[in-house]
Write a protein that binds this ligand. Structure first.
Ligand code: CO
Length: 208
């Protein structure tokens, strides 16, 4: 795929959309009211809209390496606040994926420069769940479980924010932890018990 092809594809895409609905782009230009905030990995194989079967306008999207919700990352915190407080999304999704290079890298003893502080968030997830993870003998199974636990902890990080706490009190907002299985294409709901987690952490993290 070269750059010229991209622009040709774009023309084709415009024609397709307009053939179905001549007002497609003028409607899009009127504004957005997405139901989902999707926080996922930057991995080129894990595209939010494709795997969810949704169209432009349906999800506000933030992607970074290993789908982290870091308290001091201004980018993810800004996206989160805008999506929850202004766009008033109904669901926040943290979607990890098996075969995640970021999670794999965090399991290796290697100096990766600027990636070190970023990936340390995943090492912290490992430390929190060390007993469970170290009890898994098979390395691939341990890797898969860390992908899942990383999603869970990023969801917990969402629950620690004032914007999410406020929205849960005043309207319907759900937090969803999902994993995309690249090997099958399947989206897996981790069915994390957020009410229980919220109760457990409220004593320390209550802001609102
Ligand atoms: Co990844």
């Amino acid at each position: 795929m070269n750059v010229a092809e991209v622009f040709k594809n774009n023309e084709k895409w415009i024609a397709e959309k307009l053939s179905i609905n001549p007002d497609y782009f003028s409607d899009l230009a009127k504004g957005q009211s997405p139901e989902f905030l999707y926080i996922g990995c930057s991995d080129s194989r894990v595209t939010a809209e494709d795997l969810m079967g949704i169209q432009p306008g349906q999800a506000f999207v933030h992607r970074n390496i290993a789908n982290l919700v870091n308290n001091v990352d201004l980018s993810v915190m800004t996206v989160l606040n805008y999506a929850v407080r202004h766009l008033k999304v109904n669901h926040i999704v943290v979607c990890g994926h098996y075969n995640c290079g970021g999670v794999k890298a965090a399991m290796q003893p290697a100096d990766l420069g600027i990636l070190n502080p970023w990936l340390r968030n995943i090492r912290d997830v490992y430390r929190l769940h060390k007993d469970e993870l170290n009890a898994i003998a098979d390395e691939d199974a341990r890797y898969n479980r860390l992908v899942e636990l990383n999603v869970q902890e990023q969801c917990v990080n969402l629950l620690k924010t004032a914007a999410v706490q406020e929205a849960i009190v005043h309207r319907d907002l759900t937090v969803q932890g999902w994993v995309f299985d690249i090997r099958t294409g399947r989206l897996i709901d981790l069915k994390i018990d957020f009410e229980k987690i919220l109760k457990d952490i409220t004593e320390i993290y209550k802001l609102y």
